[in-house]
Design a protein around this ligand. Structure first.
Ligand code: ADP
Length: 366
């Protein structure tokens, strides 16, 4: 018997699935157990999962997902963006990582982390695009491969602890969506539907709404994308797509319409440039239109709200302590008083962050 043989229940504790491991062929450990444990561990560290779906391509799922994720990040939440659109993984581009690749590490496949003004915690992006040679490679996979990838997306990427993981779904209510819903049984999962106003898009999006109802997947609401255009010259408003009774159709399914996003050139430009409008032009009309959607989803995260506020405060106060005026004020003090004063201000700010978090937890207590 080999001296170093390990029992099959021993886990290597690596953060990625066996398929990414150079030892896969020779490893004698319990691989199904390892892969199952990976997914369980990731899901335990994620507070809320938001699935963005439409059943139809081109209606703006990826655009809405990216701006929702970035909007949540501007509220101080820790956010991940999982790109499940296997045939059109665009989130890498929407966050400025086109052509980037991922590395395998002991903690899993590395995400690419989006940083922007107004975001305290970098937004973690995971996408199949990071595993491809380049953006132009078509994916020609049968269902078994897609099933595995959906598991890798959640289990193998190193998401870390998150308040929200936003998942950008491909069109359709088939393999990817069913695989994901099966895998997420028991987790805190909700969905957001995206549609455009015209009948043909609604028909498809509302099928996705029915799918959610049948699966018992809560629907936070529907986003009406490309809902009118504001003329940049005269500020007059007009509609490109015919209004085809969306309000009545949503009412019939008891799904609230939570946001109307205009057809706006800055949205298309922002996506191509890798700068979501909610962070690049937060005061613009398009960015503001995402506000009600971000509010509705953020409301789910109230339990984590205290943590988010405390992290925001820490960030603001940390920056204040480091800012020029504060540094100049501290420099003006006698040398022996400077360190003590900086420490005292730090303690005051920490106390304030803890007080806010405590108050919020008390408010949220049952
Ligand atoms: P989907 O994920 O549903 O296939 P995308 O979000 O990729 O759709 O959007 C398709 C294209 O339309 C992208 O080029 C995107 O930038 C653009 N787009 C989406 N929504 C808008 C909008 N409201 N205004 C302008 N362009 C938009």
């Amino acid at each position: 018997m080999q001296q170093d043989a390990k029992p099959a229940t021993f886990d290597c504790n690596l953060g990625h699935a066996c398929q990414f491991c150079p030892q896969e062929d020779t490893c004698a450990l319990d691989k199904p157990n390892h892969n199952r444990r990976l997914i369980e561990a990731r899901l335990e560290a994620i507070d809320q999962i938001i699935i963005v779906l439409a059943n139809k391509g081109g209606v703006g799922k990826s655009t809405v997902s990216a701006n929702l994720a970035a909007g949540l990040a501007t509220r101080g939440f820790r956010v991940g963006m999982a790109d499940a659109d296997i045939h059109g993984p665009n989130q890498s581009r929407f966050f400025g990582f086109a052509g980037a690749h991922t590395r395998t590490s002991a903690t899993g496949l590395q995400t690419h982390d989006f940083e922007a003004k107004g975001i305290a915690e970098p937004l973690r992006v995971g996408s199949l695009a990071f595993l491809l040679a380049d953006d132009t490679v078509p994916i020609v996979w049968r269902d078994a491969y897609k099933h595995d990838f959906i598991h890798h997306l959640i289990g193998s990427f190193d998401w870390g602890p998150l308040d929200f993981l936003v998942i950008d779904m491909p069109p359709g209510t088939g393999n990817e969506l069913i695989t994901l819903c099966d895998m997420l049984e028991g987790a805190n999962v909700s969905s957001v539907l995206v549609t455009t106003p015209q009948a043909v898009a609604q028909m498809d999006s509302l099928k996705a709404g029915r799918f959610c109802r049948e699966r018992g997947l809560p629907v936070i609401g529907a986003v009406e994308n490309m809902a009118g255009v504001v003329c940049p010259h005269c500020a007059g408003e007009f509609h490109v797509f015919p209004e085809a009774g969306l309000t009545e159709a949503l009412d019939a399914l008891d799904i609230p319409r939570i946001a109307q996003i205009p057809l706006a050139p800055e949205l298309a430009v922002g996506s191509d440039k890798g700068a979501p409008v909610v962070t690049a032009q937060p005061e613009g009309l398009a960015a503001k239109a995402f506000g009600p959607l971000v509010d509705a989803v953020a409301a789910l995260g109230q339990a984590e709200f205290g943590g988010a506020v405390a992290r925001s405060l820490e960030d603001v106060f940390g920056k204040n302590l480091a800012d020029d005026e504060m540094t100049a004020a501290l420099d003006a003090l006698p040398e022996d008083a400077r360190a003590a004063m900086a420490e005292e201000i730090g303690a005051l700010l920490d106390g304030e962050a803890a007080r806010v978090q405590g108050a919020t937890q008390t408010r949220d207590a049952p």
